[in-house]
Design a protein around this ligand. Structure first.
Ligand SMILES: Cc1ncc(COP(=O)(O)O)c(C=O)c1O
Length: 370
């Protein structure tokens, strides 16, 4: 091979340090020498996957020699049915996870010189790919102790270069939500060249009266793309399936970037079955709603600062360095997630588990804070 002076590595355009996902349960178990490890660091469904989805995977194994549908048409029809026919199959886009869909949306809309708006604390992947695409990131932080959307400053930040506005409700990592009133105020004021990406992957858990998904806004024909995932309430994080819904025009445009046969057969069949498993979603949501009240009470007793949640995790701010806190919790076999790289320094996000896991978490917390 000849020598070349051309540098192919563009480190400055790549996300610094990449996305740091948490450790696996097995890694932690080996590290701390414990048999029982409670993984409360990735907001997965503590009950496992929907039984209907597991059954579908078993029977789909017989068809692994056959390519799946090229554009996930079966899943898009199932989604249309799930949304009561309000949305047509052509209003859905699917991809190998919510994160993959977020990246596809950025690839579809961002060119050098464009801008995106994020509202920190926010899910890190929103701005992971923007730089590489030549776009810059404008942060309009959530404001006040309840992390509300700063509508006047979002509108001020919008200019001719803005292409995407990322909103998340319930928000990761704060667990807070954006009210219907705020969306009614903000969305109609955005110019037509700004597309709102509305990340609602935790929507099943929200119980606030003024909570809304993006459905009414998409149904009204606004430039809004809702992002959803099968990794959370459906318990299929290992299958990697995400979907979005939007106007037919935007869906058609984004879909041009979908790789043919992108969803594998097991992923597609499990997602379709999980959508129909209403009883399982109810069981999952009921557990989270019960357990969050149990955890609030214990946190109040311990005097730990936390934010009330609309999702399946509770973010706390212990009076201790986040890294030290994480390590101390690990020693008790409890995996939690510092969210400094999501723009929330000193905060720790803890997934709501079943009663056994939550008791293990609270026991470890008491010990660590002593
Ligand atoms: C706010 C938010 N959006 C999207 C995702 C993407 O999930 P997945 O890529 O597993 O579908 C996550 C996962 O943690 C999330 O918290």
């Amino acid at each position: 091979m000849g020598k070349s002076q051309i540098n192919i590595f563009k480190e400055s355009l790549l996300p610094k340090g990449g996305y740091k996902g948490g450790k696996s349960k097995a890694e932690v178990a080996a590290l701390v020498g414990k048999k029982k490890v409670y993984k409360l660091s990735s907001n997965e469904n503590y009950l496992g996957a929907s039984p209907k989805a597991k059954k579908a995977i078993k029977s789909a194994v017989n068809d692994l020699n056959i390519y799946p549908e090229r554009t996930a048409v079966r899943l898009r029809h199932a989604l249309s049915k799930f949304y009561g026919g309000i949305l047509k199959p052509d209003q859905f886009v699917t991809d190998n996870s919510g994160v993959a869909l977020l990246e596809m949306i950025e690839r579809a809309f961002l060119s050098p010189g464009n801008e995106i708006i994020v509202c920190n604390p926010a899910f890190k992947p929103y701005h992971m790919f923007a730089k590489k695409l030549g776009a810059s990131v404008v942060d309009v932080p959530l404001k006040g102790k309840y992390y509300k959307l700063d509508i006047p400053n979002i509108l001020k930040a919008v200019n001719k270069k803005t292409r995407l506005l990322f909103l998340c409700s319930p928000n990761n990592p704060t667990g807070t939500h954006i009210s219907m009133e705020q969306l009614d105020e903000l969305l109609p004021q955005l110019p037509a060249h700004v597309v709102t990406v509305f990340d609602e992957v935790y929507y099943q858990y929200a119980d606030a009266e003024d909570f809304t998904t993006a459905l009414p806004y998409v149904d009204a024909g606004m430039n809004v793309i809702a992002v959803n995932s099968f990794s959370k309430a459906y318990g299929l994080a290992g299958m990697r399936v995400g979907y979005g819904y939007t106007t037919e025009k935007l869906a058609k445009y984004i879909s041009q970037l979908i790789r043919p046969f992108h969803l594998n057969t097991l992923a597609m069949d499990s997602a379709i079955a999980a959508l129909q498993d209403k009883a399982y979603i109810k069981k999952t949501v009921d557990l989270v709603l019960t357990e969050k009240e149990y955890i609030y009470k214990a946190l109040d007793k311990l005097g730990v600062k936390y934010w009330k949640t609309q999702a399946n995790f509770i973010t706390i701010k212990p009076k201790m360095k986040d890294k030290l806190f994480e390590e101390a919790m690990l020693k008790s076999g409890v995996m939690v997630r510092p969210v400094v790289n999501f723009g929330a320094p000193g905060c720790i996000r803890v997934t709501i588990g079943d009663r056994e896991a939550n008791q293990a978490y609270l026991r470890a917390l008491k010990k660590v804070l002593k």
